[in-house]
Design a protein around this ligand. Sequence first.
Ligand code: NAD
Length: 411
Amino acid sequence: MKAFEATNLYIRKASQLMNLGSRIELLLLSPEAEHNVTVPIELDNGEIAVFSGYRIQHNSARGPMKGGLRYHPTVDPDDVRALASLMTWKTAVVNIPYGGAKGGIACDPKQLSQPEMERLTRKFVQRISMEIGPQRDIPAPDVNTNAQVMAWIMDEYSRLHGYSPAVVTGKPLELHGSEGREAATGRGVIVITEAFINDLGRSMEGVTIAIQGFGNVGSYAAQCAHELGSKIVAVSDVGTSLYNPDGLDIPTLMTFAKTRRPLSEYEGEGVSRITPQELLALDVDVLIPAALGGVFTREVAETVRAKVIVEGANAPTEPEADEIFERRGIVVIPDILANAGGVTVSYFEWVQNIQCLRWAEAEVNERLRTIMTNSYATVRNLVKQRNLSWRTASFVVALGRVAKATVLRGV
Ligand code: NAD
């Protein structure tokens, strides 16, 4: 099933449960605008290469649109449309004053030099500069884009429209980024995981965790869980899955990851290599997908043995797999709740930029914890009261907020 179709399935399910009616449902399903642009750049060897870039703006009923920018060979309009829609529901479920959008460029960053990446980013901003803005649509990092890319976006947009740090979030600290933003998504994943584990009457101490993907989200999730005494038994990147049943040495792995080397070059005592399929099928308490979407297919879902899946990645679970998890009693805490920590601290960054002030890291982390635990409690209450899955309950909360805003503003 295509990604956008899968997202729409969840929206329809929640809308029907809430009796929103076909008029509102149609509004909630339809993206507001889709910008498809070509992004030509001069390569270092003097040749011209033309890339496809997208910015899809799903819904602005609750505020300016917000969402990441992804550089990856698999980026296509259907994927970006689905991710834009998920941003609408994510910002609504944590109740921050934004709508949803997403962008991407179909490219392989591994094949591009740093100057080529910069030219690509600046040209993309030139192409969409009338469509984004601090009160219109605010990009942020996603797969293969980082603080440096955000700095180029801020600079290029400011060159065209005047000084505008609030046009993009996830910027370097030296350029009005927020303390705590880099770790925010992974930290939020673990705040939610801890709340769930506490509800089971346990602490995070000794909880076993496997994490697919050791980039921004996966590595900080590992670090935060490690600090709480959990045992991270497996982590992976695109080429290698590391396993140690006694728990991996997360501080050393974090230092290693900062050198940007692949996990295939990592050697540690008691560490063995397993296959990506074996990682997903480990008998652990918590499984955290933190790589790309579409990981849990029907076949993979039958092999999972974790008790709870906390979706660090966006859209890692196909709808057929979701049904299998439900039947097998495996709880899935959905992306729109579990990984909302990133957009929450992006919101804090935007607020700080607009007010020209700076919050300390402890304040950012505390505000993040408050928003994530409140959102968790709202969804959990609905799960319990109406006997819904966590995904359906999260969509019900989010759709309720966006539908109300839509009706109040008028079609
Ligand atoms: P990243 O580029 O920093 O890291 C991605 C990681 O996944 C890398 O370690 C990569 O090697 C690994 N990976 C890729 N394909 C894999 C595969 N087939 N098997 C195992 N590992 C694989 O990206 P990120 O920012 O950490 O984003 C990861 C996911 O989290 C994405 O789905 C993204 O949309 C989502 N997300 C990110 C943020 C954020 O703030 N960065 C916020 C919300 C959601």
